[in-house]
Design a protein around this ligand. Sequence first.
Ligand code: AMP
Length: 187
Amino acid sequence: MNLLVLGPQGSGKGTQAKRISDVHGIPHVSTGDMFRAAIVARTPLGNEVAPILASGELVPDELTIALIRDRLGEEDALRGFVLDGFPRTLEQAEALDEMLASIGRGIDQVLFFDVSDELAAERMRGRAAAEGRSDDTPDILARRLAIYHEQTEPVVGRYRAAGILIPLCAELSVDDVSDQILKALKP
Ligand code: AMP
């Protein structure tokens, strides 16, 4: 089962991706988590992307695509994965299709976490406060949402046109969203 979760930050997709990973025994692959781990470990990649993450901008496609290509080639991802935070641009989506097609695989379903900007922003503010991310200023949070609309919404349209998008009402409680996913996922 090769799944994507798509939606703005604050849509709850990370929480649900972890649950799907536990229930179905497939790895939760989050580019944001991978970048943050690299920053903490002070690897060359981490040092390169640290200021980009702090600014709320996107890491360049080449770096992000290479990261995902390596990760999806690992043993534990061979039976499937739930990809969170990637693809965020049309270029990344095209690269993902190509890398999967080259090994005879494809994306099965795309869960789209539909949530208003107001609620996404409110949840992002709550998380920034809870995690002590004082560098997540209101300007940076607004910038992240703007980038989502500009760069990532076209990716949503791409999967909708492909007929594999499953829209979820992501404004409900965590358990209610999990129920929607349970009903929507192919066995
Ligand atoms: P996230 O935890 O998914 O919200 O990601 C945190 C940050 O990591 C983003 O604001 C970007 O700076 C960077 N990032 C994560 N995934 C990607 C991606 N697919 N393309 C570019 N930048 C990304």
